[in-house]
Structures are given as C-alpha cells and as structure tokens.
Design a protein around this ligand. Structure first.
Ligand SMILES: NC(=O)c1ccc[n+]([C@@H]2O[C@H](COP(=O)([O-])OP(=O)(O)OC[C@H]3O[C@@H](n4cnc5c(N)ncnc54)[C@H](O)[C@@H]3O)[C@@H](O)[C@H]2O)c1
Length: 298
C-alpha cells in the first residue's frame, strides 16, 4: 500500500479534496455489526450474556451462546425475548457445550458457521473462580481444573471460531476475556489469607490468556483476524457474588481499591465489546483493554 492510498483513507482528506462529496458522520456505521455472526462462550448468564446482547444490539444477525447447562437459564430466555423485540432481525441461539472439549467445540462452531455462511466475532468469556487456597498448598487437581477452563477452554473457543473465519476467508475479531487479575494480584489480607483472595490458579490462568491473545494476534494478523483481550476489574456477577454474598465486608474493600470507589456493572463493558467486535477497531490487535474503574492506576 502506498502512502497516498493510506492518506486517501482519511475522511477529512476525501471530502476536502473532492468538493462533490459533502461531509456526513460515519462513526456509528463503523460500529455496526449488521448481518454478522458471533459466538460467545459462558453466555448463559453474567458478562458473557451481556456481551452477547451487545453484539445483537449492534446488529449481529445471530449470536450463538455456548454454555454448560443442557437448557438455558431464565435470564437467557428473557434476554432472548428482549433481542427479538428489538426488531432488527437479530436473535440469540443457545448451544450446550463444554469449552474443555476441543473437538466437540470445533464441530459445534463449524455447524454454526456452515449454517450462517460466516463467523465474524468470537468472545471467549467462559471462566471459573474457585475457593481460595494458600499457594504453597494449592491442590493439583483444582489448579488443573481452573487452567482447563480458563486457559485451554479459551484457546479451544478461539480456535473453533478462528478456523471458520479462515475457512470462509473473512476478517474477524476474537476477544478473549481475561481479567485485571492477569496483570496484578488481588490484594490478600495478611490476617485472613485462607478466606480472602488466594487465587493463584485464577491469576495464573488470566495471565496465560493475555499472552495467548498476543501470540494468536501475531499468527493471525496476516489473515485479517484481530485478537485482543478485555480485562475487567471487579464486577458483581454470580462468579464474584459467591464471595461477596458470603463476606459482605468485601464490597467495601473491593470498592475502595479503585479511584471510582465502586464495583463495575456488566453493562459497562458493552461499549468496549462493540468497539472491539467492529470495524471501528480494525487496527487494534494484540492489545489488552482494561476496564477496572482505575484499579491499576494507583
Ligand atoms: N465478574 C468479574 O468481576 C470478572 C472480573 C474479571 C474477569 N471476569 C471474567 O469474565 C468471564 C465471565 O465471568 P462472570 O463474572 O460472568 O462469571 P459467571 O460465573 O456468571 O459466568 C461464567 C459462565 O461460564 C460458564 N462456564 C464455566 N465453565 C464452563 C465450561 N467448561 N464450558 C462452558 N461454559 C462454562 C458458566 O456456566 C457461566 O455461565 C470469566 O472469564 C471471568 O473470569 C469476571
């Protein structure tokens, strides 16, 4: 590509050098996912379901929600009805699959892509957080279980969608859900190490996801497939609720650890998801986007 071709991409340049073209805003068109197809793991509830909804609102025709239960939750059913009511032709489909089963996931995502004739967006949001254990005594089986879902399962999900993007020779966006815990360690209070944030398996798995995205981004960049991570801070869902509901003092502790003084809401990730999934982020790959209320800023 020549320097002139690059320059001609600028809308300012196009409209000022061709008086026949009148300026008009294009920014929201760049965020449109009109007619695209997505797959989101862990989308029976929580952040995954909120992200699937965001893809539908941005115009995806079908978003496949992959999760463990045979039948979707009431929350998923209600979200599905809301999406139908949008009237933009978008809909959610539920698919029962375990992200740890590589071949089954590849097969299921291939069936989705064959039915739709494309696969454009993948969000790997399935994840688990187990009870804390002192790192020096962390049980082997539990460490493997967390790595299996949070690291291997994320890779298998990204592979499943990426293979279809390549097969259909289309550019695509793969978004891996990491965590701020991949970059920092949630503060352990020295007095209550065993009941607090001794999450060595979770933190390790999320760090793996950050490097997985960079590594995949480098291999898939030449094929037009972007791979990025989204790293949320503390957000109230069933995953964090398992801790907050049993230890209410954690709400104040977690809130006080970012400059905004509160936890985030699942809907506060929608904007970043819409941006990363769309053409508005077409030169963004291998990046980690932190949405943590500034948790890492002090
Ligand atoms: N909630 C937070 O504060 C927070 C912060 C940072 C990162 N995250 C990450 O965001 C993602 C979503 O978390 P959430 O808070 O919505 O949790 P959640 O527990 O509400 O949702 C996780 C979903 O993943 C599914 N899942 C688990 N194992 C699976 C498997 N083997 N196969 C398929 N699906 C499986 C679960 O059934 C569940 O529906 C996770 O990767 C989590 O680590 C969450």
């Amino acid at each position: 590509m020549s320097a002139t071709q690059l320059k001609s991409k600028s809308r300012y340049y196009v409209t000022t050098t061709n008086p026949a073209l009148s300026p008009r805003p294009k920014i929201f068109e760049e965020f449109s996912l009109d007619g695209r197809v997505g797959v989101v793991s862990g989308a029976n509830r929580g952040l995954g379901l909120e992200m699937a909804l965001a893809l539908c609102e941005a115009g995806c025709k079908t978003v496949y929600c992959v999760d463990l239960p045979k039948l979707p939750s009431a929350e998923w059913e209600a979200t599905g009805r809301f999406v139908k009511g949008l009237g933009n032709g978008s809909h959610l489909e539920y698919v029962c699959a375990d992200v740890r089963d590589q071949q089954n996931l590849w097969d299921k995502v291939e069936q989705m892509a064959d039915k739709e004739g494309r696969m454009d967006v993948c969000i790997a949001a399935a994840g688990v957080l187990k009870a804390p254990h002192d790192c020096l005594n962390y049980p082997a089986e539990e460490f493997r279980e967390v790595m299996d879902v949070n690291a291997s399962g994320v890779l298998f999900t990204a592979q499943a969608a990426g293979r279809q993007m390549v097969k259909f020779k289309r550019p695509g966006s793969i978004i891996l859900i990491a965590s701020m815990s991949g970059s920092i360690t949630n503060r352990v209070s020295s007095l209550s190490r065993d009941i607090d944030h001794a999450w060595v398996s979770y933190n390790t798995s999320k760090s793996a996801v950050l490097q997985m995205a960079r590594s995949m981004a480098c291999e898939l960049g030449p094929l037009g497939i972007c791979v990025n991570t989204l790293s949320p801070g503390y957000i109230y869902t069933k995953l964090t609720g398992a801790f907050l509901d049993k230890q209410p003092h954690l709400l104040d502790k977690w809130s006080s650890m970012n400059p905004m003084g509160r936890l985030g809401r699942p809907d506060e990730l929608r904007g970043v998801i819409a941006w990363l999934a769309s053409d508005a982020s077409s030169f963004c790959t291998g990046s980690d986007i932190l949405v943590s209320g500034g948790h890492l800023s002090w």
